[in-house]
Design a protein around this ligand. Sequence first.
Ligand code: PEP
Ligand code: MN
Length: 336
Amino acid sequence: MIIIMRPNASQRAIDKVTKQVEAAGLQVHLSKGDEVTIIGVVGDKSKLHRSNIEISEGVDKIVQVTESYKLVNKKFHPEDSTVTVKDTQIGPDTFTVMAGPCAIESHDQLLSCAEEVKKAGATVLRGGAFKPRTSPYSFQGLEEEGLQYMEEAGRTTGLATICEVTSLRALDMAARYVDMLQIGARNMQNFELLKEVGRSGLPVMLKRGLAATVDEWLNAAEYIISEGNEHIVLCERGIRTYETATRNTLDISAVPVIRSKSHLPIIVDPSHATGVRAYVEPLAKAAAAVGADGLMIEVHPCPECASSDGPQSLTFDQFAKLMADLKPYVELAGRR
Ligand code: PEP
Ligand code: MN
């Protein structure tokens, strides 16, 4: 439920309604716009006397939020959120590119990626140190050694860094080295992990599950925000469909759908969505045109030598070309 205050409601009136709600044992989340303040209410509404609130000073109206996700809901927070990661702002005015290898493989591989993606205009370095692989015999990641390279790459280039965490152990370790945590598609509904990531307070990128609906995805984000962490970026990375020409099917419509339902930023990962290098650039342009807040792109110094996701990884030259060709699309979308 949300309580919409009148445009001229005084702070005293807002405080009074807040106290009324809290006295009934419910939680209050304030969203202050330029003119209107919205008071979001979470908890057992049967304890609240709605009619008493309705007649309180400064209250315009009460609206029921029927969706099960509340704090990530646009109704609770009508203005689009911006998530800050180091010096990068991910949000409605910007177009943020995160790039780097699928997996951190060596010091030189990661550091060369960092230099090159920075030169081309990326501001966040990605790289997996814990790899959720389909087969247990595939490369599982360098873990702490990889995180140390990440920390060094972030420090020497100034790039923000992001790494996927697949367990509580990985989370504790990664939190010491990187600026942003990634929850991968396979863990989107690992609710214990989501709660811990919420408690960490670090910025989080939450990828859409392999077969998750938008509602399930937003409920997963609600797990993180309900622990007090609102620094969440969503990432559309393709979903499973009957189509086999691409690794997954990029649900480009998820971008405007999320925009209409949530205030959280959303970026697109055309690398995992397609699994095919040649399709990354056209879909990156589509993401910019459709209103995404950024991209995540896999880049490798030698894609044919990569220990994972080589076929979808761009070379440094291909990435630089993509970034240059993307510019007019980003400008047309009115973003920096
Ligand atoms: C990744 O980003 O490296 C990854 C494993 O992606 P996803 O969770 O989308 O498959
Ligand atoms: Mn990958």
